[in-house]
Write a protein that binds this ligand. Structure first.
Ligand SMILES: [Zn+2]
Length: 87
């Protein structure tokens, strides 16, 4: 187990941890640079998720519904599909 750095310059492990927390928080709150959000703020023109092309790239689509992410979802959460109550 790694202890958290107390210096002004975090080590690589702590930097990765902070990055993972930032991404997880963004996915759970919807405040992350996914295609739907980037399209809303006019940085992109296509909100569709590139891996499946079935729906807009949103947190809910990636975490709970996308067929292209089904095996990864199953290996992490033990479920192929998840609804909002499970996320
Ligand atoms: Zn998809």
């Amino acid at each position: 187990m790694h202890t958290v750095c107390t210096t002004d310059f975090p080590c690589d492990s702590c930097s990765r941890l902070v990055g993972n927390v930032r991404i997880t928080t963004g996915l759970l709150t919807g405040h992350v640079a996914l295609y739907r959000r980037l399209t809303i703020i006019k940085i992109r023109t296509d909100p569709m998720f590139y891996k499946c092309g079935e729906e807009e790239e949103t947190s809910y689509h990636l975490l709970g519904r996308c067929s292209a992410m089904m095996m990864a979802r199953y290996s992490i959460f033990g479920s192929h599909l998840m609804d909002t109550t499970e996320l």
